[in-house]
Write a protein that binds this ligand. Structure first.
Ligand code: ADP
Ligand code: MG
Length: 631
């Protein structure tokens, strides 16, 4: 029995085959290992487009046009006016580890180009049909090269403009198994659009044009102004609330734009970081950004940004990830400080006090925070917002909570539970539903509404105790119960449908979950260009809340699975019930309070708002007397 032979060769894949129980090791033919290697680079049309745009940028292009058909699955064309490729070099483009960008190991420490591995074009040509047309700057004639599945098909002279055009057709035509992993054309197309968007905002000095199924959907000026590129790519709404950042320290610079604290969003989808104009995922920068906004935006909301960090190329290792998305710094601390101080000082200068809107939305999650906001509000009471929907009758109108009420005996038991002190009350776990007896009559205990504190807490006297009811939390909970218990959610057709602009990822998530939204009472349609339009919504909502709700739930869906699950419906129910609820700080008349408390007391199993905060707290007469030394 001969010993198996091990052959190790650079960039070759080896397989072990059986033979009399002892595996033999074979060197894979080039076609096979190229196919395997291609898997790393070429995952879907957008990864091809990313590589091709990066090559055009590296070639010094001033204008780049990207065209796709069928989400890029059947057709991708990238045309640039860069330096072009000399005829003698063209074949090398498609050889693995052939690159014009580095020569030796030392160069790796000083990479300034986007590409450097020399494997993208070889990988793409291994799994698709590629046609290349290129004329070197200054040359009188260009050339045409055709390659499919790694096999050369044609190489000839051709008349063409200076620069390079590469067409990629029929991705995965020779690897049907991989083809199956592609998503719907729209989804793939959106992903390509996302790539073009990011390249366009990271290179405002290049004019980008994107054509999708014959329609031009994006054009940037290429004038070098970041704000103008951001406007073209991310839209008017995002661009209307920007603060400029430009800050340097320790030979590093951060520049770009961040959103004003008042324009914070419910998701991180509008955060874009670049390092030396290369799009990256950078946890350090993200953490620093959010730290800089701490205390200026509410918990659960996130700033948006387009920020470029410029630093010495030797300070950052971009070689970590095959798709070059993740970066590593020699030292994270200076990067954190750069982003933190850069952003913090920009917000402080850029967000002048008169622009801070103290609206009566639930912007603070703690009671003390809420008190603060009212202090700031004192001197401008005219800013208090009265919501249109405060029709007192309809306002508290929540459907009878559940058809079956608890017996008064169980209500008494609940009352006992309320007897606990505040601390204990906070730690209650919502109890499991008890089987309910048929008892349509419920004993609402005698109560007296004493008033309202801080426009937030309704003070009620019931028997031997005082209750503070958080009117927003309580109302939210009632709405939530209503949504959860209805088999069909009452919807209303919106007089003016609401268009919501989303990030490409959020947009995908919403478009592929329209069924889920429907179940929750929303008619949401694809509105093209990264927007959806909401035509119907649950009747408890008013139109003004819809945009935020869609953004918030899209963010949640992005993290989640694609099937409709009770949990996903819950997200939407939470969002809906919160927005349909009266806000802390909203005016409520004595009559409304009376109605509200009555309704609430008829739903004795409500103790927590859907977010888990207590709805009411209790102080017994005994406790009060103790505090006054009466007992
Ligand atoms: P890398 O970008 O890592 O060098 P690629 O496989 O992406 O490797 O490209 C191989 C080579 O082909 C590049 O180094 C470059 O010389 C050349 N090339 C590819 N696309 C273009 C283009 N649009 N314009 C000019 N040269 C190009
Ligand atoms: Mg490249």
């Amino acid at each position: 029995m001969s010993r198996p032979q091990f052959v190790i060769r650079n960039s070759s894949f080896v397989i072990i085959t059986g033979g009399e129980g002892v595996p033999q090791i074979n060197i894979l033919p080039k076609e096979v290992y190229q196919l395997i290697a291609a898997g790393e680079v070429v995952e879907r049309p957008s990864s091809i487009v990313k590589e091709m745009i990066e090559n055009s940028v590296d070639a010094g292009a001033k204008n780049i046009t990207v065209e796709i058909k069928n989400g890029g699955i059947t057709y991708i064309r990238v045309t640039d006016d860069g330096c072009g490729i000399a005829k003698s070099e063209i074949k090398k483009v498609f050889i693995s580890h052939a690159t014009s960008k580095i020569k030796n190991g030392e160069d790796l420490n000083a990479i300034s180009t986007l590409g450097f591995r020399g494997e993208a074009m070889a990988s793409i040509a291994a799994v698709a049909r590629v046609e290349l047309l290129s004329r070197e700057r200054g040359a009188s004639l260009g050339s045409r090269y055709e390659i499919a599945g790694g096999e050369e098909i044609d190489f000839s002279d051709a008349g063409c403009p200076e620069g390079t055009t590469i067409v990629v057709r029929d991705i995965f035509f020779n690897t049907p198994a991989r083809m199956k992993f592609l998503k719907k054309d729209v989804t793939e197309g959106n992903s390509v659009a996302g790539v073009v968007d990011r390249m366009a905002i990271s290179h405002p000095e290049i004019s980008f044009r994107f054509i999708r199924d014959g329609k031009q959907t994006l054009i940037t000026s290429g004038g070098g102004d970041l704000k103008s590129a951001v406007y073209s790519v991310l839209g008017k709404e995002f661009s209307s609330s920007l603060i400029e950042v430009d800050y340097s320290v320790n030979n590093m610079r951060i520049s770009g734009v961040v959103t004003k604290p008042s324009a914070a969003r419910k998701s991180r989808a509008m955060q874009f970081f670049f390092i030396n104009s290369r799009l990256v995922k950078c946890q350090t920068a993200m953490a620093a950004l959010e730290q800089a906004y701490k205390n200026s935006i509410m918990v659960g909301k996130f700033p948006g940004c387009v920020l470029n960090i410029e630093c010495d190329t030797s300070f950052v290792d971009v070689n970590v990830h095959p798709a070059k998305i993740e970066v590593r710094f020699a030292n994270e601390r200076p990067v954190f400080e750069l982003v933190y101080y850069g952003v913090k000082s920009a917000i402080e200068q850029g967000d002048t006090p008169k622009e801070i809107i103290f609206e009566n939305k639930p912007s603070f999650s703690t009671a003390s925070g809420r008190l603060d906001i009212f202090k700031k509000n004192e001197d401008k009471p005219q800013q208090m917002e009265f919501r249109q929907k405060t029709n007192p009758e309809k306002f508290w109108e929540v459907a009878s909570p559940r058809q079956e009420y608890k017996t008064s005996a169980s209500f008494e038991k609940e009352q006992k539970v309320y007897e606990n002190t505040l601390e204990e009350a906070k730690s209650f776990e919502p109890e499991k539903e008890e089987p309910k007896a048929k008892a349509p009559e419920i004993d609402i205990p005698d109560f007296r509404v004493i008033g309202e504190a801080f426009k937030t807490y309704i003070i009620v006297e019931i028997e031997n105790a005082l209750y503070l009811i958080d009117k927003h939390a309580a109302h939210e909970r009632m709405n939530y119960e209503k949504l959860k218990s209805s088999t069909e959610i009452a919807s209303q057709v919106l007089l003016s449908p609401v268009a919501v602009r989303l990030s490409k990822e959020e947009y995908n998530a919403v478009c592929s979950n329209t069924e889920l939204y429907k179940k929750c009472g929303f008619l949401v349609e694809d509105f093209g260009d990264s927007s959806v339009i909401v035509r119907e919504c649950p009747s408890m909502l008013s139109g003004e809340d819809i945009e935020e709700l869609i953004i918030e739930t899209a963010g949640k869906l992005l993290e989640g699975k694609t099937d409709i699950t009770p949990e996903q419906m819950d997200w939407i129910f939470h969002s809906t019930s919160c927005r349909a609820a009266v806000k802390a700080g909203d005016y409520t008349s004595p009559y409304e309070r009376e109605l509200f408390v009555k309704k609430l007391l008829s739903m004795p199993d409500i103790r927590y708002c859907p977010h888990g905060r207590p709805v009411m707290i209790k102080m017994s007469k005994y406790e009060i007397e103790k505090l006054f030394g009466r007992s």
